[in-house]
Ligand binder design. Structure first.
Ligand code: PLP
Length: 442
């Protein structure tokens, strides 16, 4: 009870800030993904596993900036690495040693990353990985998993917001543009695959194999359901791609946090290109494209005619590089094991509550990531995880229940743990969830 959020009046500052913000932002927020129920929580500061809002309320943060902050907020080694840099220049047209050090760390740990390039966001990393696959193969089209999120590049976005029509789900085929006005030529070059569906995979790729540069796949697509890739599916994808000369891009912008060597290594996927972001910047903007040396040569200006020029004013800025290095250096194999053990305890505890109360919920995820579904059977692909209007409103109720207990729980995307969390934080989440189920069932 001591942790219970005070009444709405205790959020009066956030409410006032939202009124101000409405005059300058299209819907009152500077980005689309901000929770507003009915107004956002404006942050004053972060402290390890917790956020403190402008009204002085403390919240356990299971969002961690969309899974970026693997050490939680204000991680001292990152702050120390960055403070000195702030006074000695934060971006240069010339390279710095920091970028080499971060690239060395990544290429040492992640088998699929023989060479790396840095950019400023996951969106940009995905964009350049797709361009690299096109440049390498000379083919224009891509294939991607229905419903998965890969950022805002038009080609990566088409096929993301799929929903059932009034007669149910359409067969898988060409993507539809996610947003009105996107040229139809974009969607025509984006072919859809269903996650974990071995049967449709080969036929879909065969039909268009001479046009497809790459399959982009997140090994555990978070917004599509955060479900495990089945070994058969990984195997079929690898074989089919090899057969038709299609590159595999593993989008690990989010799932690199699954282990010391990343998610592809964990699930037996051997991609040609790999994208990273989020945790590798230690809380500063970053993206990375890595891959086989042979494929990454498309970026090289040493060749008479580089196939692809990738620059970016802020790419490889020393602040993101140094912060990323400090954050990643602290993610030793032991640190990953510790996070995984906490994640296992959390997922097992949530599932035990569900079983005990015979509730129509399920839990997916791995390592430090989890997602709660209002579905009796855990989803294996996007269509299983898709929320009806009634299920979406149940999930909003759940999120509100957690908020009242001072826990920020994203739904419809991955929630995550950080190394700043301790056992009592996990207990807090388990109790909150069990209370929610109890109230729902009565
Ligand atoms: N790819 C994946 C798998 C992601 O989860 C995200 C972001 O959540 C992106 C790409 C886009 O990254 P960013 O938000 O840094 O542009």
């Amino acid at each position: 009870a001591t942790n219970r959020l005070r009444q709405a009046s205790a959020r009066s500052r956030s409410k006032r800030l939202f009124s101000r913000a409405k005059a300058v932002f299209p819907d009152g927020t500077a980005r689309a993904t901000v929770e507003r129920d009915p107004f956002p929580i404006y942050v004053q500061r972060g402290e390890g596993a917790y956020l403190i809002d402008v009204d002085g309320n403390r919240f356990l943060d299971l969002n961690n900036t969309y899974t970026t902050l693997i050490h939680g907020h204000g991680f001292a080694p990152v702050a120390e690495a960055v403070v000195d840099l702030l006074r000695s220049g934060t971006c240069f047209a010339n390279p710095t040693e920091h970028e080499i050090a971060l690239a060395e760390l990544l290429t040492t740990r992640i088998p699929a990353m023989e060479r790396v390039r840095f950019v400023n966001s996951g969106t940009e990393a995905v964009m350049f990985a797709i361009k690299a696959a096109r440049a390498f193969t000379g083919r224009p089209a891509i294939a991607r998993i229905e419903g998965a999120y890969h950022g805002a590049y038009d080609w990566a976005e088409a096929g993301q917001g799929v929903s059932p029509g009034k007669d149910g789900w359409e067969p898988v085929s060409i993507a539809t543009p996610t947003y009105r006005g996107t040229p139809s030529s974009v969607a025509e070059e984006v072919h859809l695959l269903r996650f974990n569906d071995v049967e449709s995979l080969e036929a879909r790729l065969r039909a268009v194999s001479d046009r497809i540069a790459c399959v982009i796949i997140d090994p555990m697509p978070s917004r599509a359901g955060l479900m495990h890739p089945e070994p058969d599916f990984i195997e079929a994808l690898s074989q089919t791609a090899r057969k038709y000369g299609i590159l595999i891009i593993a989008d690990e912008v989010l799932n690199l946090r699954q282990g010391y060597a990343g998610a592809s290594a964990r699930y037996g996927l051997n991609p040609d290109l790999i994208t990273a972001g989020k945790i590798i910047g230690g809380g500063f903007p970053i993206g990375a494209i890595g891959g086989r040396e042979e494929v990454m040569r498309v970026f090289s200006i040493e060749d008479a005619k580089p196939l692809l020029s990738q620059g970016g004013t802020f790419s490889a800025n020393p602040v993101s590089m140094a912060a990323g290095l400090a954050a990643m250096a602290a993610m030793t194999p032991d640190a990953f094991d510790h996070l995984e053990a906490m994640g296992d305890r959390l997922r097992a505890g949530l599932s035990a509550s569900i079983a005990r109360r015979d509730a129509r919920f399920s839990v997916t995820g791995a390592a430090s990531l989890f997602r709660i579904h209002p579905k009796r059977v855990a989803p294996v692909e996007y269509r299983d995880a898709y929320l009806s209007a009634e299920e979406a409103s149940l999930m909003r109720r759940m999120s509100r229940h957690f908020l009242e207990l001072s826990i920020l729980l994203p739904y419809g995307a991955a929630a995550c743990l950080s190394t700043a969390m301790v056992d009592s934080d996990i207990d807090l989440v388990l109790t909150a969830f069990d209370d929610f189920l109890k109230a729902e069932i009565q």
